[in-house]
Design a protein around this ligand. Structure first.
Ligand SMILES: Cc1ncc(COP(=O)(O)O)c(C=O)c1O
Length: 367
């Protein structure tokens, strides 16, 4: 039980740097303890890849302006957001399914794929929260290790697909490694996989890169689903808005496993998401700041003998193999939340890129 909970924390990336794995375990529910830690200790939060600058000013205003609409169900407002998203990607509203964060989208796609049993293919490590859930229903997990440079290994993923494989998951850029696939190779891969199975491409972090989304493929390819979120570059993790982009028939199909399609986002959150899409200044500002602070952090970590994988995201994957101090104890004593170890071999961990001040503090306590 104890070790299960420990690996759960590691897996979802909330495993709070050594800290607190034991303190968390003393409280009944991991998710509640998570909230309580943050409220009681006011730590520097570098564990969950949140955007420290958000929500955008326009989103904050929209949330406040629409609070009083919260006594009404938000169908019309959600339709407005669906249209805005469709327009952004040159698709139609039929190609969009909203979720309370992209977690709900991953959950829906997983549960839909598992309906007929069989297997799914997933790299390790990746964002596997949903996979741990669906595996318990008997949907067989086929894991594929990353390449030595911590990229998703597309040829091996392809080779791992079985006759009964119903879902292949690709996180691009990948969490926790921050590595990105070459777009041409990825396009070729998803097109080929989609002839046999659903392929789910999680683009939670693509806005931190210059690589275009794969959403242009969904009208022509029924088995390609793209998951996206307002939690990262838009800085709305606590507002819980995400969505899927897919062929309209696929959106219809996967909607069967949700009781109320497009019904799980609150009115203020939806209003904020609509406003966020218009706030290009905020998005560009976040992008620039994350890139600058990431550069600073990686440079400083390397000086401390902490080798980092080049990152395409708002987090950094690094090895503690050559770092002589007790990283986790230092974080714990200085009230900084990071993650646990993702890969024991090489002692690989992850840190979110916070503000410059937060990262200066992080570097200072490690020095
Ligand atoms: C790759 C990836 N996908 C999806 C999510 C889920 O995000 P949300 O449910 O907040 O949209 C996360 C969260 O960290 C993530 O890292």
């Amino acid at each position: 039980m104890r070790s299960n909970r420990r690996s759960w924390l590691k897996q979802i990336g909330l495993g709070v740097a050594g800290l607190t794995i034991s303190r968390l375990e003393t409280i009944a529910s991991p998710s509640h303890s998570f909230t309580r830690e943050f409220i009681v200790d006011k730590p520097i939060r570098l564990s969950s890849n949140e955007n420290p600058y958000g929500p955008s000013p326009l989103a904050r205003k929209a949330m406040a302006d629409h609070l009083l609409e919260s006594n009404r169900y938000g169908g019309a407002r959600t339709n407005e957001l669906v249209s805005a998203i469709a327009q952004k990607y040159d698709l139609t509203g039929d190609n969009v399914l909203m979720g309370a964060g992209s977690t709900e989208i991953l959950d829906i796609v997983a549960r839909y794929s598992a309906l007929k049993g069989g297997s799914f293919v997933i790299p390790v490590p990746t964002f596997a929260f949903w996979a741990n859930m669906i595996e318990k229903t008997g949907f067989k997990k086929i894991t594929v290790p990353l390449t030595t440079d911590k990229k998703i290994d597309l040829p091996t993923m392809m080779a791992a697909i079985q006759d009964d494989t119903r879902l292949v998951y690709i996180c691009n850029p990948n969490n926790p490694t921050g590595t990105m696939l070459e777009r041409d190779k990825l396009v070729e891969f998803v097109k080929k996989v989609s002839e046999k199975s659903l392929v789910l491409v999680d683009e939670a972090y693509i806005d931190f890169t210059e690589q275009p989304s794969l959403c242009g493929l969904v009208s022509e390819h029924r088995n390609i689903i793209i998951a996206k979120t307002f939690s990262k570059i838009y800085g709305m993790a606590g507002a819980r808005v995400g969505y899927a982009l897919a062929h309209k028939d696929t959106i219809n199909e996967i909607s069967q496993v949700t009781t109320w399609a497009n019904g799980s986002c609150s009115v203020p959150s939806v209003a904020a998401a609509i406003a966020s899409l218009k706030d290009e200044k905020f998005v560009r500002g976040t992008y620039d700041k994350i890139h600058e602070v990431r550069r600073y952090t990686i440079d400083e970590m390397e000086k401390l003998n902490i080798r980092c994988i080049p990152s395409n995201t708002n987090f950094i994957y690094f090895t503690l193999a050559d770092y002589k101090k007790d990283y986790f104890d230092l974080l714990k004593r200085n009230n900084i939340l990071g993650t646990g170890i993702y890969e024991e071999e090489g002692k690989w961990s992850r840190i979110t890129v916070g503000t410059k001040e937060e990262m200066q503090q992080f570097i200072k306590i490690l020095s």
